[in-house]
Ligand binder design. Structure first.
Ligand code: ATP
Ligand code: MG
Length: 574
């Protein structure tokens, strides 16, 4: 491509709202144009990168036996009502009406439509296994669209769906997709980890996420230093810390006026947070719930949501707290006045670690008062339920018993789910088995955030000058920067000949024929992250040399004009 025939629109300044480096660089490089909140046009330079990512994904999907189809962006509501997700999806799902006032949605994902296709098309066990995929626009009305295309409202996803006759078959399909994802992210040159994940509202049994490691990532990943255990903090299991020891202190009620936080109480008593219990109050279908945690731990709402007692939970209101515990927030605890039961029925849930604490400090359910020397069983009934309801923290033992956990940030770029019969049951997707009996299909679903991958790659690969593309994603692989293209016939001739030779072998070469000053050319080519640059100047040519510089090299090195094409071809030997 000759730059004069392309549309490059680099700018010096990124918009103020661009908080993360990938968003800043994508805007500065002219890869994107914002149209509305979380909605972007992909400009020509951006599309070139997007197509490279898509090509790799297509190749690996096909290699893994997946078959491409294309499902609609706008989908009738009835299928979503049939699966039950019309209600479940909430405000994130965009709903629209047609001219006849009929309900439609803009697809956030395609389980319903593919299951509808499968139930119509896959009738006999002989047609299995099948895996269908497409690369298609998705829309999710995210609460907080941000970071450019990393969390946008409109984005492009590759989604694949496997269909098998039984669970064993589904796990084979799952593993094939898992392996294909590893191949894709390897080829894209990303540093990533696969981690155990939470199934979220898609549901299912086994699920893993592919996380690109980056400090700006919205996800926290826990990983062991003694094994390959790695999990999203949403689902990383927090083990019990410490063991139960008998009570040694007497219960005493002390005045803690105005001390509504564990920190304040700890400062006052000169006790670390590890000796205190903190109370969190919720209301669910089961009524009022008191959750007790060691004061330095954080509650994990995903884990809470999985407990039967916390169906449809929300934080309790100050009025509900007053009614059930007889006190305002800040002084709540599991011990009702003088060991009596609470005025209203409540359910007490303790985290595993909180449940084995003894001689602890906790709110006394009396305004401005706390207990010290408190003990489960002696001073209040044992919790109704002991469960893992906290986030793991750095230094926790790994749940597999090998090593300790560390935490790192990641960007979720892919997700594989073994769904089982979640959707096939709801939509009655059956086939006839070998014994002529109808059976429900086993499904898996597998997503890659194609547009997010592009941003994630930049998060990992950039410097003060701009983007540094992994070779496989680069919009152009090599750039030729002639100095004085329109003024010096020799320079032009050398540049044109080299350009023709490199293009001839299928390498994406960009010839900067704008006749700009070297400073301007170099700044643009560095900003847009072209992996290699060949500079052709009058002075070098006199000695038969051009200058060659990888985007990651400090300096350019002279190379014989006659050798440079061969050198480039070697770098891109495919
Ligand atoms: P997240 O937790 O980031 O919201 P998710 O669990 O909702 O992701 P999935 O439903 O598993 O995501 O979708 C598959 C893939 O689509 C994700 O792994 C991610 O790469 C991508 N994706 C999801 N939401 C967005 C978004 N708002 N913008 C860009 N990509 C997204
Ligand atoms: Mg989401």
């Amino acid at each position: 491509m000759k730059l004069s025939q392309f549309h490059l629109s680099t700018v010096k300044e990124a918009p103020a709202e661009a908080e993360v480096i990938s968003h800043q660089l994508m805007m500065r490089a002219g890869m994107l144009r914002k149209l509305g909140a979380g909605i972007y046009s992909w400009m020509p330079l951006g599309v070139r990168v997007l197509r490279k990512v898509e090509k790799i994904i297509h190749e690996e999907m096909v290699r893994a036996g997946a078959i491409e189809l294309l499902m609609p962006v706008i989908q009738p509501a009835d299928l979503w009502q049939e699966s039950g997700r019309w209600e479940k999806m909430g405000a994130e799902m965009m709903r629209v009406k047609d001219r006849h006032d009929r309900d439609f949605i803009v697809q956030p994902t395609s389980e319903e439509v593919i299951t509808d296709i499968a139930r119509a098309e896959l009738k006999s066990w002989r047609q299995f296994p099948k895996n269908f995929y497409h690369i298609q626009t998705k829309f999710r009305d995210e609460r907080r669209p941000r970071f450019g295309v990393m969390r946008s409202r409109e984005f492009i996803m590759k989604d694949a769906y496997s269909f098998d006759v039984d669970e064993a078959g589904m796990m084979v399909s799952y593993q094939k997709m898992y392996d294909a994802y590893c191949a894709i992210f390897d080829r894209l040159g990303l540093k990533y980890r696969s981690v155990h994940a939470d199934a979220g509202n898609i549901g299912g049994s086994k699920t893993q996420e592919f996380q690109v490691l980056a400090d700006s990532g919205e996800d926290l990943i826990a990983f062991s230093n003694g094994s390959d255990y790695a999990a999203n903090i949403e689902s990383a299991e927090a083990v019990q810390l410490g063991a139960s020891i008998p009570a040694a202190q007497n219960l005493s009620k002390i005045a803690t006026p105005g001390m509504k936080t564990c920190e304040a109480v700890g400062d006052f008593l000169k006790l670390p947070l590890e000796k205190q219990l903190k109370a969190m109050m919720f209301f669910s279908d089961s009524g009022f719930i008191l959750v007790m945690l060691r004061a330095d731990h954080m509650v994990n709402e995903i884990k809470l949501g999985k407990l039967a007692q916390l169906k449809n939970f929300r934080p309790a209101t100050p009025e509900e707290i007053q009614l059930h515990l007889g006190v305002e927030p800040g002084y709540c605890g599991p011990i009702a006045g003088n060991g009596m039961s609470h005025p209203q029925k409540i359910t007490v849930i303790a985290d595993r670690t909180a449940a084995v604490m003894s001689d602890f400090v906790c709110g006394a359910n009396a305004s401005g008062m706390h207990f010290t020397g408190a003990n489960w069983g002696r001073d209040c009934p044992a919790p109704d339920l002991v469960a893992d309801v906290r986030n793991v923290v750095e230094g926790d033992p790994s749940p597999d018993g090998k090593g300790t956990l560390g935490l790192t940030r990641g960007i979720e770029v892919g997700h594989v789910f073994a769904l089982g019969q979640n959707y096939s049951k709801a939509l009655n997707a059956t086939f006839i088995d070998q014994n002529q009996k109808p059976q429900i299909m086993e499904m898996g679903c597998y997503g890659i955030g194609v547009t997010r991958v592009v941003a994630a790659a930049i998060e990992q690969n950039n410097d003060a000058k701009g983007i540094i593309w992994p070779q496989s994603m680069a919009p152009f692989e090599v750039a030729i920067a002639p100095i004085g293209y329109k003024k010096n016939a020799e320079v032009k001739a050398a540049a044109d000949a080299l350009y023709a030779e490199i293009c001839a072998v299928g390498i994406d070469c960009l010839l900067d024929d704008r006749d700009e000053r070297p400073g301007v050319m170099f700044a643009d080519l560095e900003l847009i992250g072209i992996p290699y640059r060949i500079t052709i100047g009058d002075r070098g040519l006199k000695e038969g040399n051009v200058e060659f510089q990888a985007r990651t090299d400090e300096k350019a090195s002279p190379v014989k004009l006659g050798d440079v094409a061969a050198q480039v071809k070697l770098l891109f030997a495919r």
